[in-house]
Design a protein around this ligand. Structure first.
Ligand code: AP5
Length: 217
């Protein structure tokens, strides 16, 4: 089963994908996390991706498509996709790759958040470099300040969560990623639109309620 979560930076894709993956026993594949892990390990892909990520631009399609094709293969096609596809080219390649395995996307969820709330979400985000858990300094605090509840690691702030890069990421989203929802709608895919300006738990409830109604899940 393949579920895609779409939405702007800070919409809560990572937060909700982790919960969806737990609920339906799927592998959570975050293109951003895979890229950050490559950077940490100093791989060629990580080195190539760095300058794009730090400026809020998209990493070139070909690099991402190869990276995600491998990840989806490893997950045996049972995954929730977070941050991919992010261009119409990537969406078309994903469709082709799934069709070659007699698979298709089972559900597309679009998390909607107004630009005005995004900067606060991004600059307040803290992440665990060890287990990937995500917190917020106001809305999703860890029990102990600056420490991951799940594994005890010190939380960090992402380098691309500063206001200037966040503005660039939003611009990139509107120009290159927002059209992906239109591509899917034009090709007969039903999009599940979710208001993601509610609390994390309310958004999860709304997403799960919709996914539970789909016979495929
Ligand atoms: P990536 O890591 O994918 O970043 P993003 O899409 O900008 O998304 P984020 O991870 O920032 O936000 P999110 O929607 O997951 O929100 P989260 O749950 O963390 O990509 C980084 C970079 O990698 C890109 O800029 C690009 O360079 C490159 N890249 C990645 N994929 C690519 C691709 N396919 N093609 C090309 N390049 C690619 O939540 C954010 C904060 O808000 C958290 O603190 C959270 O606690 C809080 N929060 C979440 N939900 C709520 C809520 N309902 N109410 C209040 N607070 C909330």
């Amino acid at each position: 089963m393949v579920i895609v979560l779409l939405g702007p930076p800070g919409a809560g894709k990572g937060t909700q994908c982790k919960r969806v993956a737990d609920k339906y026993k799927l592998v959570h594949l975050s293109s951003g996390d895979i890229l950050r892990s490559n950077r940490k390990d100093g791989t060629e892909l990580g080195k190539k991706a760095a300058e794009y990520m730090d400026s809020g631009k998209l990493v070139p399609d070909q690099l991402i498509i190869e990276m995600m094709a491998g990840a989806i293969e490893s997950a045996k096609g049972n995954c929730v996709l977070d941050g991919f596809p992010r261009t119409v080219v990537q969406a078309k390649e994903l469709d082709k790759a799934l069709a070659a395995k007699n698979k298709k996307i089972d559900a597309i969820v679009n998390l909607a958040v107004d630009d005005s709330v995004i900067e606060n979400r991004m600059t307040g985000r803290r992440s665990c470099p060890a287990c990937g858990a995500v917190y917020h300094i106001e809305t999703l605090k860890p029990k102990k300040d600056g420490i991951c509840d799940k594994c005890g690691e010190k939380l960090v702030q992402r380098a691309d969560d500063n206001p200037e890069v966040v503005r660039n990421r939003l611009k990139t989203y509107h120009e290159q990623t927002a059209p992906v929802a239109g591509y899917y709608a034009d090709n007969g895919n039903k999009i599940i639109d979710i208001d993601s300006e509610r609390s994390v738990d309310e958004v999860t409830k709304a997403v799960i309620e919709k996914l539970d109604t789909l016979s495929a899940v």
